[in-house]
Design a protein around this ligand. Structure first.
Ligand SMILES: Nc1ncnc2c1ncn2[C@@H]1O[C@H](COP(=O)(O)OP(=O)(O)OP(=O)(O)O)[C@@H](O)[C@H]1O
Ligand SMILES: [Mg+2]
Length: 506
């Protein structure tokens, strides 16, 4: 598409922001034009969310100015931002779950009849029109709390449209979406862009940027280090700018699998609820077993059943040949199973504790008694080592988890489990929301764990990651195993075809 020639709709000039011990932004300039999708990328903790929070009036800048339509403006709070037509969609949506779709879309914007009564009919009509303009299908009278994540996101977008937003900021909008939902989101973004909305698009999925973004700005350590038109910035160059070094080898080389390696995990006819319907497979010591499938195929439910996070309704799980009769996670942790999920909160990241406390927090007394407790000095050393290895951006290991960026919180969750000596690691989407540099460190760590003789099962929706990191790939479809491929057999096409084709169909 042609380069927009219009003057920028909005400019941020020389923005700086510090937190105790952290220079989050250091003289950042950033501009948004009408009708463009401007991608903002950078490593975890680079300052992306902070920059956008300043724009949205959620945080004050220490220095710098914001210029809209050529005039300097003060954005002292969210109301100012709204007045200037700036809308932000955070990863945690700002919706009222009990209210229906129409009410959420219209929240704070309800038409009033003479006498001050709310005009419910008119409100619904406006909401319906916004939804229609976006080409969406949303059940207007359903409470938002009962919608899927992707639909809630669409409600947020409709909300922005009703508020006549001129700038819409989306912070990692595709992190929790399926491929089809992503297509849908991109369609909606294109509609907005054609209406002249300027869109800021934050994402760690660099491969999607050429599809959706016009321009890109790269932040590193709170500074702009490069950018330009997406079409002119190849992905490896983007990565080099982000991490500040060449990254030619993204996936570590997998040591070949020892054919005589003992079986660590056997799963026999495992059943759990409706989602897991008779699953059998094995994982060996030293093996990284990838688990592929469509979102909703039952992969998360399989690993949860193995770890007894959901107690299975049938079948058997054996660790080192011994049947596991687990009544809950306490038993499976004692048996040496670590389940590392993508859900930071459910995973027990305590936001008001420090990184060190989170990492060394004994999950269960049982576990610490069995493996012996880490001493204070060792604990600090181990935590510092992990902070370094995973490139957790923080002034110290005493920093509260709450003050870390989203991706860095995710890394703390990983670090917490990596200090344990489990026999079996179950990773569920381990790199979601994590930047390229740290992804590759996490891959190294997985290889390390497998070299130490553990079995690793990795559920991932990113096919390149599954293909790049697995000795074998188990493809899950409708709660059953559709097929198992060796590293040599596995291709994108074969995995996709197993994931989507019914059994027995040609
Ligand atoms: N309230 C806060 N208190 C202290 N430090 C903070 C606070 N908010 C952010 N920071 C720090 O500022 C830096 C930038 O964080 P920010 O959330 O902007 O990163 P990000 O680029 O959005 O990263 P991610 O990709 O992980 O979401 C980080 O070092 C973070 O720890
Ligand atoms: Mg962020």
């Amino acid at each position: 598409m042609p380069e927009p020639v219009a003057a920028p709709l909005l400019e941020m000039r020389g923005i700086s922001k510090s937190f105790p011990g952290v220079r989050a932004l250091d003289g950042v300039s950033f501009e948004i034009r009408a009708g463009e999708v401007h991608a903002l990328v950078g490593e975890n903790g680079a300052g992306k969310s902070t920059l956008m929070k300043i724009l949205a009036g959620a945080q004050p800048a220490d220095a710098g100015e914001i210029v809209i339509d050529g005039k300097a403006v003060q954005i002292a709070g969210p109301r100012d931002a709204e007045r200037y037509g700036i809308a932000m969609i955070y990863q945690e949506f700002n919706l009222v779950p009990q209210l229906d779709v129409a009410a959420n879309v219209m929240l704070g914007r309800e038409p009033v009849r003479a006498g001050g009564w709310l005009d419910g009919g008119a409100a619904r009509a406006v909401a319906a029109a916004a939804v229609k303009q976006l080409g969406l299908e949303l059940p207007l009278t359903r409470p938002v709390g009962r919608l899927a994540v992707a639909q809630q996101q669409m409600v947020e977008i409709a909300k922005a449209l009703v508020r006549k937003a001129r700038v819409l900021v989306m912070d990692e909008p595709t992190a929790a979406l399926t491929d089809r939902e992503i297509d849908h989101l991109f369609e909606t973004i294109r509609v907005l862009r054609e209406r002249g909305v300027g869109i800021v698009y934050i994402s760690h999925r660099l491969e999607e940027l050429p599809r959706i973004a016009d321009r890109i700005t790269v932040l590193r350590d709170g500074r702009v280090v490069g950018g330009g038109r997406v079409a002119e910035l190849p992905q490896h160059e983007m990565i080099r700018l982000m991490v500040g070094r060449e990254m030619d080898q993204y996936y570590p080389s997998l040591p070949p699998l020892d054919p005589t390696a003992p079986v660590v995990l056997s799963v026999r006819d495992l059943r759990s609820g409706n989602a897991v319907r008779g699953v059998s497979f094995e994982a060996h010591a030293g093996e990284i077993l990838g688990m592929a499938g469509l979102v909703g195929a039952g992969r998360t439910e399989i690993v949860r059943a193995i770890a007894a996070a959901d107690v299975p309704s049938g079948g058997e799980v054996l660790i080192d040949g011994k049947p596991l009769h687990a009544r809950g996670p306490r038993d499976t942790i004692a048996a040496g199973i670590a389940l590392v999920t993508e859900d930071r909160k459910g995973q027990g990241l305590v936001l008001d504790m420090s990184i060190r406390e989170n990492v060394s927090l004994p999950h269960l007394e049982l576990f610490s008694r069995r493996f012996g407790f880490v001493d204070r000095v060792g604990e600090r050393r181990a935590t510092r080592g992990l902070v370094q290895e995973l490139r957790i951006r923080t002034p110290s290991i005493e920093q509260r988890a709450r003050n870390l960026s989203g991706g860095n919180q995710q890394k703390v969750v990983l670090a917490k489990w990596l200090t344990e000596r489990a026999r079996l690691f179950l990773f569920d989407e381990p790199t979601r929301g994590i930047d390229v540099g740290a992804k590759s460190e996490i891959y190294e760590l997985m290889v390390e764990l497998s070299k130490q003789g553990a079995a690793v099962v990795m559920v991932s929706s990113e096919l390149p990651e599954v293909l790049g990191m697995s000795h074998r790939i188990v493809v899950v479809r409708d709660g059953t195993i559709a097929g198992v491929l060796t590293r040599e057999e596995a291709t994108r096409e074969r995995v996709m075809s197993l994931a989507t084709t019914a059994h027995g169909a040609a």
